[in-house]
Design a protein around this ligand. Structure first.
Ligand code: GLY
Length: 297
C-alpha cells in the first residue's frame, strides 16, 4: 500500500484548523494519484502544489518577503533512484516544486537559480504571477519599522531570532507509491527579511530534501543550520540501518546538541512514515493504509 506524509512547517507558531485543512487537501490530492497507480514523484508534486497554492503556508502564493519586499522561493525534489531537481531564489513561478521537477526531468542539471530558473520555468510553460499577499506585504511593512535603527535596517544579527519567533512555514512531502518507489520534496519562500539572493535548505539536495532506495525525507526549520548539518541526507542515510522513525529522532538529537530546531517528515521502503520536530510546533498530515491522521488528532 502506498503512503504519503506532508508538513506545513516547523517553528514557533500555533498551527490550527486552517493549516489542517490545507494539509488534508494536500494528502488527499496525492492519495487520488497514488491509489490509481501514480508515482511517488507525482504524489509529492501534487501535495506540494496544493500547499503552494494555499496562502496559509510559506511557499508559492503567500511566500515570505525578503528584505526588499520581494518573493524568492526555493524548492527541491528527489526520488529513490537518486534523480533530483531544485530551484533557488525563484521570483515569479507560481509552483516552484513543478519547476524543480522539470529541472530533474528536462535538464542534465540538479539546481537552477535566480533569473535563469525563472526563465527556465517560463520556457517550460509554468504559470507565473505576483506571489505576494496583502498579509505578507503588511508584515513586511511592520518588520521594516521594527528593524530600522537610526534609519539603517539592522537585519543581519536578527535573522535567526526572527525565524524562531515567527515560524518559517516551509512545506514538504514524502511518499511511497504502489511499486515501492520513494520521493521527497520541499518548497518554501524561506526566511522572511532574508538578504536578497539568500538560498536556504529548501533548494539544497541533502539539506531540506533527500531520498534513497531505503527512505525519503523533507526537513523544515532554520535553513542555515539544516544546510550545515545536511539533516535530510543524514536521516535518510541512517534509515537504511535503524529505520526511518529512529533516524528522524536521531537527526533531531543532532539539532538539539547543536542548538537549532527543525522538523522532518519521512517515509521508508516498507511504507512506514515518520515525523518529528524539535520546535514549538510542526503541522503535518498523513494518509496511509491506516487512514488519515493530522497534528490535531
Ligand atoms: N527552511 C526554510 C528556510 O530556512 O529557508
Amino acid at each position: 500500500m502506498p503512503s504519503i506524509i506532508v508538513h506545513g512547517g516547523a517553528g514557533a507558531y500555533e498551527p490550527g484548523k486552517e493549516h489542517e485543512r490545507g494539509l488534508l487537501a494536500a494528502v488527499d490530492a496525492a492519495w487520488v494519484l497514488l491509489e490509481s497507480g501514480g508515482s511517488a514523484a507525482d504524489a509529492v508534486e501534487a501535495a506540494i502544489v496544493m500547499m503552494e497554492d494555499d496562502p496559509i503556508f510559506n511557499a508559492g502564493l503567500g511566500s515570505s518577503l525578503n528584505l526588499e519586499g520581494v518573493v524568492e522561493c526555493d524548492a527541491s525534489i528527489m526520488l529513490s533512484d537518486y534523480s533530483a531537481g531544485a530551484v533557488a531564489a525563484l521570483k515569479a513561478a507560481k509552483n516552484p516544486i513543478r519547476a524543480a521537477r522539470l529541472v530533474m526531468e528536462r535538464t542534465d542539471h540538479v539546481l537552477l537559480a535566480g533569473e535563469g530558473a525563472d526563465s527556465f520555468a517560463r520556457k517550460m510553460g509554468l504559470p507565473s504571477g505576483d506571489l505576494r499577499t496583502e498579509r505578507r506585504i503588511e508584515l513586511h511593512r511592520k518588520n521594516l519599522r521594527t528593524f530600522r535603527d537610526g534609519g539603517e535596517i539592522k537585519f543581519m544579527p536578527n535573522l535567526r531570532g526572527l525565524a524562531d519567533e515567527m515560524g518559517i512555514g516551509t512545506v514538504g512531502a514524502a511518499a511511497m507509491d504502489a511499486e515501492g518507489r520513494l520521493a521527497a520534496g520541499t518548497s518554501t519562500g524561506g526566511m522572511m527579511m532574508k538578504v536578497p539572493g539568500r538560498v536556504g535548505d529548501g533548494a539544497v539536495i541533502g539539506a531540506g530534501t533527500y531520498a534513497s532506495p531505503h527512505a525519503a525525507a523533507s526537513a523544515t526549520g532554520h535553513g542555515e543550520a539544516i544546510m550545515r548539518h545536511l539533516v535530510a541526507k543524514g536521516a535518510v542515510g541512517a534509515a537504511g540501518d535503524i529505520g526511518v522513525r529512529e533516524a528522524v529522532e536521531s537527526a533531531l538529537e543532532i539539532g538539539r546538541f547543536h542548538g537549532f530546531g527543525f522538523g522532518m517528515v519521512g517515509v521508508e521502503e516498507n511504507g512506514a512514515t515518520a515525523l518529528g520536530f524539535a520546535t514549538q510546533a510542526m503541522s503535518w498530515a498523513e494518509r496511509t493504509d491506516d487512514g488519515r491522521r493530522t497534528f490535531l488528532e
